[in-house]
Structure formats: structure tokens, C-alpha cells
Ligand binder design. Structure first.
Ligand SMILES: Cc1cc2nc3c(=O)[nH]c(=O)nc-3n(C[C@H](O)[C@H](O)[C@H](O)COP(=O)(O)O)c2cc1C
Ligand code: SF4
Length: 520
């Protein structure tokens, strides 16, 4: 009998040797004359256990990790049943506590299926959402998304159904869908994992969006730093086209609705994740922010009404349509409905992707799920929501992870990234980093951000050198007010979040004697 073996081809797994493990498996199987089927999957998102290898047994799949090439002969010699006693055996993946505690809706197939097998995708519920959308019609599809309570996962949390309705209601002979896969936030990788692990889910989500608003063309804008995701998405689009799911001649489920997708690659600017500079970039110009109004929903790509959604937002849609808005809306807390792909990064023991309904507290996420720091030192701070997100001290770890609760404590959820720092972090340096990041990534369109971020970095340098600390801190606070209220886009107006939260929650790191001591 052929033994099925699953090894991730996700970039994170490859970075720690998954390809070498896959080669070792193929070599050893040849040596043993063992009939195997090696399936390269996405990752399940338990990065500290990668490369995580799974063997198919009579009772389903059993996981092993982290597997090194040297472990392979021993594992294969045992065979799938006896291998369950191997020290690297983790048991059934669904029983691993990190996975067991999750509610996987958007990531249900990631790490499970062969990402480039349309048959596998369909066998795991793929294209059920589109079939239901086609049976409901465009208006009812939008209504379903509205009722699900889905909000944009790109940062602002704008209600997705309302955005779609605006685009559908705007008079135009042509409309577009743009999938934002620029994923520039520090500590985030959910978009990448989905592109590499379940690309047809993204394609189906975009197709449903196209059907709902009357768009025949979509673009996926992927950051250049994601070569694996770019390759997988390109291949998936080709496969979808060849099978009639995409393309001008496609007639999705014989409905007469044709939709096509083009993959575009960014050139490495954080600000190109901002929707209007992304549009500039897509149109072939330098990525610079456009003034709003007009909103992209009214006048977006090539001047046409455009849905711009984060990749995760679009990937949530197939499950919402397939299983109904109520099922999705039943999850979550307050106005934050559904599940969120929490991404744990930085100095954390169990770094990885954890999909759960909104509402877990930061303490539960960092201490229980993340297991504290990787080096065992105390957790001192977490930054939530990317480089423009606030730092939270331990005292605020009772904050629920949802849009409103984080905002009520001057934070933001962003794209769901949480970066963990131990007790050696210097928050004055982190504050400087935020201003420097803004200076580096500023598109230059407005003065507070273009000039203010540079002056802010210089002022922070003076503070770090212990020069007129009180006066310079007052200057920083003043500058943050200017950035917050005077910037054209959130790059400038949100930079005060990390800076001010560092100052507010960790004032001891900005105190004069400490800084002078550090400078010595
Ligand atoms: C500086 C900056 C960078 C951004 N980067 C991203 C990004 O990488 N990915 C993303 O989806 N949204 C990003 N956004 C948010 C987008 O402008 C936009 O709100 C989002 O794509 C809308 O999709 P959603 O409604 O699904 O969230 C960024 C915003 C700003 C101000
Ligand atoms: S805030 Fe910065 S990135 Fe945004 S428009 Fe102004 S200069 Fe450009």
C-alpha cells in the first residue's frame, strides 16, 4: 500500500529545512523500496514544530516534529503504526493543544490539503461558497456578507459588506476587485500562509466579490518579499483558468459569470499596502498616497469603482457563503464578529498562527497560547497591530483582542500581529524605531509625516543621549499631536501609537539617569 506523507512547502517551514526533509524522505523511500506519495502542503502554523511531517495511518494523520533529515530513516523504518511511539510523535494534529484550542474557519484547509490540487480543494469544501452565492444572486450575496458582520482584516476594520454595497451601487461600466496581499506589518504572515497553503480559497473569495459587485477582473497585489507565495498564486490562477474556474471564457458553475485574476508584485514599500498608494503602484506609478475623497469604492483602479480588501478578508468569504452568515456572526465578541488569525511573533515560545473568535485576552494569547518568551525571561511588552500599533505592558494584558477593546486602550488590532518582547527591551529605542520607520517608509506627500518623522527621530536621539530629556519629551508629545491630526494617511497619523504608548506605559525607560547610564 502506498504511504502518504505530508511535508509543508510553506516558506517558514522551508526556512528551517522542510525541503531537505522532503528530499531525505524521497531518498530513504527509494532505498527501502517503499511506495510513498509525498504531498507538499501549506503549514498548520505551529512554527516551533516545523518542519512538521505527517504520516497517514489507519486512524488518520499523525504528526511528527520538528523533524530533521537525520530523523527520517528511523521514522520510515518504523512504519506509520509503530512510528507513533517515536519521540518526535505529536499525535493527531487536531489533538495538539495549540490546534485543539483553535476555531479554524479561514485556515481550515491550510496545512491539510495539497495547495495546488483543485480536486483536494473541492473535496474539503472548496467552491461551495461560490455555488451558494451564484444561487443567491449578487444582492443577497452582499447582504449575506453584511449580516456576517465581517470587517476588513487589513487594519481599519471597515464593514466588508458595506464596502461591497458601495461599489455595486456606483454607476460604472467596469468595476474591479483588488486583493491586498502587501502584508507589511511586523510579525504578520497570515496572508502569506494562505497564499501558500490555500490559494484557491483566495481565488474563490475574490470570485464571489466579483460576482457580488459586478466586476469581471481582479488583481492580487503581493509584496516582492514573498517569492513562494507569488509562485503558488500564479500556478493556482493558471490551474483555475485551465479548469474553467477563472478566465474570460470561464462560465463559473454554468452561471454565465466570468471572472479573471492577475497577479502583480510590489516593489518593496510599506506604504504600498495603503490602498490608494497600492492603486498608484498597480497603475504603474510611484506608490504615493492619494487624497480621499474620492474613495476607491467610487473611483479606484483606473478611475473605476473598486473593492480593495485585505487577502484575509476575502479568504473569509467562501466559508461565510458556504455555511451561512449566522454561523460566522455567532463567533466573536461585541462588534468584532467571526474569527481572527492571531499571529504570534518575536520572542515567544510558541510562535505561530492561532485562529480563534475575537475576545481572548492578551494575557491568554501571550502566556497560555504563546507560552511566554522563547528564552524563558519575563514578558515585558507586546506590540499589537504592526509597526503602527501600540505597546501593551503586562498591566493591560486583561485587554480583549477585538477592535473596540484595543481601541479603548489606545491600541489597534491591525492585521492581527502580536510581537512579544522580554524584560530587556528598551522602550525608548522602540519609540525611536517607530519614528525612524515612519521616516524611512513615508511616501513624502504630506509635511507632518515627511518632515515630522525625521525631526522626531533626531529628537529621540537627543533623548537617548540624555540631552534636555524633559524638554525633548515635551517636543515629542507635541510632534505626535501634529502627526496624529495633520497627516494625510495612517502611516503618519498612527506612528504616535507606538511612540506614545511606549512613553505612557514605560516612562522609566525615558528617565534621565537610566538613559545616561545606558549611554555610558
Ligand atoms: C501605511 C499603511 C499600510 C497598509 N498596509 C496594508 C497591508 O499591507 N495590507 C492590507 O490589507 N492593508 C493595509 N493597509 C490598509 C489598507 O489601506 C486598506 O484599508 C485595506 O487594504 C482595506 O481592506 P480591508 O477592508 O479588507 O481591511 C495599510 C494602510 C496603511 C495606512
Ligand atoms: S502620512 Fe506619510 S505616508 Fe501618508 S500621505 Fe503623508 S507622507 Fe505619505
Amino acid at each position: 500500500m502506498t504511504l502518504r506523507i505530508f511535508v509543508p512547502r510553506d516558506a517558514a517551514a522551508r526556512a528551517v529545512g522542510a525541503d531537505r526533509v522532503a528530499e531525505a524522505i524521497a531518498t530513504e523511500a527509494r532505498r527501502l523500496d517503499l511506495a510513498i506519495e509525498l504531498v507538499r502542503t501549506g503549514s498548520r502554523g505551529l512554527f516551533w514544530l516545523e518542519p512538521m511531517v505527517e504520516l497517514e495511518t489507519q486512524e488518520g494523520r499523525v504528526a511528527f516534529g520538528p523533524v530533521a533529515p537525520a530523523d527520517v530513516p528511523g521514522l520510515l523504518a518504523l512504519g506509520p503504526q509503530a512510528a507513533k511511539a517515536h519521540p518526535l510523535c505529536l499525535g493527531r494534529p487536531d489533538d495538539i493543544p495549540f490546534l485543539k484550542r483553535q476555531t479554524r474557519v479561514t485556515f481550515a484547509r491550510c496545512g491539510v490539503i495539497d495547495p495546488l490540487s483543485l480536486a483536494d480543494y473541492r473535496a474539503h469544501g472548496g467552491y461551495r461558497g461560490l455555488a451558494r452565492a451564484l444561487s443567491l444572486g449578487p444582492d443577497a450575496t452582499i447582504e449575506e456578507v453584511v449580516r456576517s458582520g465581517l470587517r476588513g482584516r487589513g487594519g481599519a476594520g471597515f464593514p466588508t459588506g458595506i464596502k461591497w454595497r458601495t461599489v455595486a451601487d456606483t454607476d460604472a461600466e467596469r468595476r474591479y476587485i483588488v486583493c491586498n496581499a502587501d502584508e507589511g506589518d511586523s510579525g504578520t504572515y497570515a496572508d502569506r500562509m494562505l497564499m501558500e497553503g490555500d490559494p484557491f480559497g483566495v481565488i474563490e473569495g475574490m470570485t464571489i466579490a466579483g460576482f457580488a459587485v459586478g466586476a469581471a477582473k481582479g488583481f492580487v497585489y503581493i509584496r516582492s518579499e514573498y517569492p513562494d507565495a507569488i509562485r503558488v498564486m500564479r500556478e493556482a490562477v493558471d490551474i483555475a483558468r485551465a479548469s474553467g474556474c477563472l478566465g474570460a471564457a470561464a462560465d463559473a458553475a454554468a452561471s454565465g459569470f466570468a471572472f479573471d485574476i492577475e497577479i502583480r508584485v510590489g516593489a518593496g514599500a510599506y506604504v504600498c499596502g495603503e490602498e490608494t498608494s497600492l492603486l498608484e503602484s498597480l497603475e504603474g506609478r510611484r506608490g504615493q498616497v492619494r487624497a480621499k475623497p474620492p474613495l476607491p469604492a467610487h473611483k479606484g483602479l483606473f478611475g473605476r469603482p473598486t473593492v480593495i480588501n485585505n487577502l484575509l478578508t476575502l479568504a473569509c468569504v467562501p466559508a461565510i457563503l458556504a455555511d451561512g452568515a449566522e454561523r460566522y456572526a455567532a463567533l466573536g465578541s461585541g462588534r468584532s464578529r467571526g474569527t481572527m488569525a492571531i499571529q504570534l511573533a518575536g520572542n515567544v515560545r510558541h510562535g505561530g498562527l492561532f485562529e480563534a473568535p475575537f475576545g481572548l485576552t492578551l494575557g491568554e494569547i501571550v502566556d497560555e497560547i504563546g507560552g511566554g518568551t522563547a528564552n524563558g525571561r519575563p514578558v515585558r511588552a507586546v506590540q499589537v497591530g504592526g509597526p503602527l500599533g501600540a505597546y501593551f505592558p503586562r498591566a493591560l494584558f486583561d485587554t480583549p483582542f477585538d477592535y473596540e477593546a484595543l481601541a479603548a486602550r489606545d491600541g489597534l488590532l491591525g492585521h492581527g500581529g502580536i510581537v512579544v518582547f522580554d524584560d530587556r527591551v528598551d522602550m525608548a529605542r522602540q519609540a525611536r524605531f517607530a519614528l525612524d520607520f515612519c521616516a524611512l517608509e513615508s511616501c513624502g506627500k504630506c509635511t507632518p509625516c515627511r518632515i515630522g518623522s525625521v525631526r522626531g527621530t533626531e529628537t529621540m536621539d537627543r533623548i537617548l543621549r540624555g540631552e534636555r530629556v524633559a524638554a525633548n519629551l515635551a517636543l515629542i508629545e507635541d510632534l505626535c499631536q501634529t502627526l496624529k491630526f495633520g497627516s494625510l494617511c495612517a502611516l503618519g497619523s498612527f506612528t504616535p501609537y507606538p511612540v506614545m504608548s511606549a512613553l505612557r506605559h514605560f516612562p522609566e525607560d525615558f528617565s534621565h539617569p537610566r538613559l545616561v547610564a545606558a549611554a555610558d
